[in-house]
Design a protein around this ligand. Structure first.
Ligand SMILES: Cc1cc2nc3c(=O)[nH]c(=O)nc-3n(C[C@H](O)[C@H](O)[C@H](O)COP(=O)(O)OP(=O)(O)OC[C@H]3O[C@@H](n4cnc5c(N)ncnc54)[C@H](O)[C@@H]3O)c2cc1C
Length: 399
């Protein structure tokens, strides 16, 4: 294979547009193909961009555009039952965590990529790909096709590219939790710009004061059976509020927040899923990036940030190494240990989000993690949040 000059990027979420912009900076022409007919208007709740994600956005000059639609979270608190611990306001020298709507992040990245001249075509659902000695051809559900030197699967947790790379690849695991987010006029006695994570009596939830009044809250409701987003949304929101009200009946302020929420302000997010470790991240001219390769639990607050980091690192590898196999191998070496370590840490906390008796057994395991974060935030958070990418440093095959 000769030097890579063109790429097909499948998926126009977060990793896709970032990969395309980073590839462009690396001198590689990328075109993005997104299955949905439009951008993600109103789909998905809020997500966090951590300082490491923001730093990675800086390498493609998209940091300011994202900051313009984000809200800083300068403090975090954790509560186990009624015991609340206020953590330090972020790590010294780093910007605070940024909170934004998933749809806004998609919009900003889409617009930034288009402004740089990157073609993003909607309504193109990849169904198959065919490799030749000189390139790869993507086939879309509408019968059209496109070709390039490499194909990058940025197609999210239910990735099609993943099964094209390895038909036996594992799919996402269900965490045993359903996600909900809501806005209410109810006021909680909490510091502004603070997010509080609560391990309640029978379930986990979080809340944050809303600028201008009221509170935003989210809940991870334990449920044995997974539900697709469509299935969960068929249940009327008022019924979900009743179910949540019962599950959080003994929690303060969880119960009050639910009671004061109207059905039209509840957003149902469906099953929360994570990716297990994948045996293969790449094959031939195809490679995975973002949630398609490594979706940690939402507990980590790192899903989007790791997706952005991986997209930038993949572009560096394709810039510096002579052919797809060596570039993809270097990329996997750079990324796999980091993303799997973060996913494993989040999975430990995630298990404590289970209902009553299980949580009580797991709480002794959780407490040291909470205390470590509260007492020594630098040691607990620095390896994740102080990570930066040196764009100019050449990647070598031995890296
Ligand atoms: C519906 C939904 C809701 C979410 N809500 C939250 C949330 O509330 N909080 C949170 O922290 N994270 C949420 N996430 C996850 C978060 O968006 C990701 O962790 C992060 O955006 C990683 O980005 P990504 O680009 O890898 O994946 P995504 O942002 O999921 O992007 C993948 C893109 O690929 C497209 N795609 C999929 N299959 C194909 C195909 N065959 N052909 C072409 N395009 C395809 C999808 O339509 C999507 O636009 C949500 C994800 C989804 C899918």
């Amino acid at each position: 294979m000769s030097k890579i000059t063109t790429a097909l990027v499948i998926g126009g979420g977060v990793a896709g547009p970032v990969a395309a912009m980073a590839l462009r900076r690396a001198g590689i022409d990328a075109a993005v193909y997104e299955a949905y007919p439009t951008t993600a208007d109103g789909i998905g709740g809020s997500l966090a961009i951590a300082p490491n994600g923001l730093a990675a956005l800086g390498t493609i000059a998209a940091e300011d555009a994202v900051l313009a639609v984000a809200r800083p979270i300068s403090r975090m608190a954790m509560a186990v039952g009624t015991r609340r611990f206020l953590t330090q306001p972020g790590l010294p020298g780093l910007p605070p965590l940024q909170l934004l709507w998933r749809a806004d992040l998609h919009h900003v990245l889409h617009d930034r990529a288009v402004a740089q001249g990157i073609p993003i075509t909607h309504g193109k659902r990849l169904v198959d790909a065919e490799e030749t000695t000189s390139g790869i051809t993507a086939r879309f559900a509408d019968g059209s096709h496109a070709s390039a030197d490499v194909l990058i699967g940025a197609d999210g947790i239910h990735s099609t590219v993943r099964t094209l790379i390895d038909p036996d690849a594992p799919g996402p695991d269900y965490t045993g939790l359903l996600g909900f987010e809501a806005i209410t006029g109810y006021e909680v006695p909490a510091e502004p710009d603070t997010i509080t994570f609560v391990f309640g009596k029978r379930g986990y939830y979080l809340y944050r004061p809303r600028p201008g009044g009221g509170t935003e809250w989210g809940a991870n409701l334990p449920q044995d059976r997974p539900m697709s987003l469509a299935e969960a949304r068929q249940v009327p929101a008022a019924d979900w509020l009743g179910i949540l009200g019962e599950a959080y009946a003994e929690d303060v302020p969880g119960h009050q927040l639910i009671q004061h929420t109207s059905a039209d302000r509840l957003q149902v997010l469906g099953s929360l899923r994570i990716m297990p470790s994948l045996p293969h991240w790449h094959r031939g001219r195809m490679v995975l990036v973002g949630d398609a390769a490594h979706a940690p639990s939402n507990t980590s607050g790192q899903g989007a940030s790791l997706a952005i980091e991986s997209a930038v690192q993949l572009a560096r590898c394709l810039r510096d190494l002579p052919a797809a196999p060596s570039a993809f191998a270097a990329y996997e070496r750079l990324r796999r240990p980091r993303v799997e370590q973060i996913a494993a840490g989040a999975a430990r906390v995630n298990r404590a989000k289970a209902p009553g008796p299980v949580a009580r057994v797991l709480m002794p395991l959780l407490m040291p993690i909470v205390m470590k974060t509260v007492m020594a935030p630098e040691r607990a958070l620095a390896p994740v949040q102080r990570y930066t990418i040196d764009w100019d440093e050449p990647v070598t095959a031995a890296h």
